[in-house]
Design a protein around this ligand. Structure first.
Ligand SMILES: [Zn+2]
Length: 233
C-alpha cells in the first residue's frame, strides 16, 4: 500500500500526525514536501510518495494498521464538492423506475471526490452557473439495464456526462473546450451531435492517475453502431 498526492482520509491524517504535520487528511503539496524531508531523514529515496518503506518508518504500517483497505473513506460523503451532492451524482431515472440500487461503494465515492475536485467543480467555478449532470455513477446493475459498457469509467465513479442543452449557461461545446484547454482530464468525449455541437460531453478523471488526456469523438456508423475516433478541431 502507498499514499500519494491527491489521497484523502484517515490514513493520510495518521501519516501527517506521524511526521509532524497538521492532520488535515488531504495529501497536498505540503505533505509531499513533508514526506520528502522525512524520507531524507530516514535515508529513503526522496519521492514524496509514502510507499511501504516510508509508511513503516513512520510507524503507520507493521501491526498498527490492518491490511490495505480498498478505501480510506469510512462512509459515503453527502457532498462531493462545494456545489455538488452525492445525490445528483447517483441520480438515474432508469434506476428509479426499475428499482435498481445505484449507491456507489466507498472506493467509487473516493474516485468521485477526485473527479469533482479536479474537473466538475472547476467547470462550475469557471462558468459561475449550475452545471447539469445527465449521468454520473452507474452501478453494474444500472449499466446492464441501460446497455452501457461494463468497463465504463461511470461504474468506477470516475466519469460524468454534462448536458447543458436547453439550460442557462454555457453550451456543451463551451464546456468541452474549457475542459480540453484547462483541466487535467483522463478522457474527454465529444458525444455525437455534429461538428459544431456535441449532444453531451463525457469527461473522466482516473483515481490516483496518471491521466491520459485522451480526446475522442463518438459517432455512429450507417448501421447505428457507436464508434470512437480521435477528436479533431
Ligand atoms: Zn459518459
Amino acid at each position: 500500500m502507498r499514499l500519494k498526492q491527491g489521497d484523502k482520509g484517515e490514513l493520510v491524517s495518521k501519516l501527517q500526525r506521524a511526521i509532524g504535520l497538521d492532520p488535515v487528511g488531504v495529501y497536498g503539496p505540503k505533505t509531499v514536501a513533508g514526506v520528502q524531508v522525512f524520507q531524507h531523514c530516514k535515508g529513503l529515496p526522496n519521492t514524496g510518495v509514502a510507499d511501504e518503506a516510508t509508511l513503516k518508518a513512520a510507524g503507520i504500517l507493521g501491526g498498527a494498521v490492518k491490511e490495505e483497505s480498498k478505501s480510506t473513506l469510512t462512509e459515503l460523503p453527502e457532498k462531493l464538492s462545494a456545489n455538488f451532492s452525492m445525490k445528483e451524482f447517483v441520480a438515474s431515472s432508469t434506476a428509479k423506475r426499475k428499482g435498481i440500487d445505484n449507491n456507489p461503494g466507498l472506493e467509487h465515492a473516493e474516485a468521485a471526490l477526485e473527479l469533482f475536485d479536479n474537473i466538475v467543480q472547476p467547470i462550475r467555478d469557471h462558468f459561475g452557473t449550475s452545471i447539469f449532470l445527465s449521468s454520473g455513477y452507474r452501478s453494474a446493475a444500472l449499466n446492464k439495464a441501460i446497455g452501457g459498457s461494463q468497463t465504463s469509467q461511470h461504474s468506477k465513479g470516475e466519469a460524468v456526462d454534462i448536458d447543458m442543452d436547453g439550460r442557462k449557461g454555457p453550451e456543451n461545446e463551451d464546456v468541452f473546450h474549457y475542459i480540453r484547454k484547462n483541466l487535467p482530464f483522463d478522457q474527454l468525449i465529444w458525444e455525437f451531435g455534429d461538428s459544431k455541437r456535441p449532444d453531451w460531453v463525457h469527461v473522466s478523471y482516473k483515481k490516483g492517475g496518471p491521466q491520459r488526456g485522451q480526446i475522442l469523438a463518438a459517432k455512429r456508423n450507417s448501421a447505428g453502431k457507436t464508434y470512437y475516433e480521435p477528436w479533431k478541431a
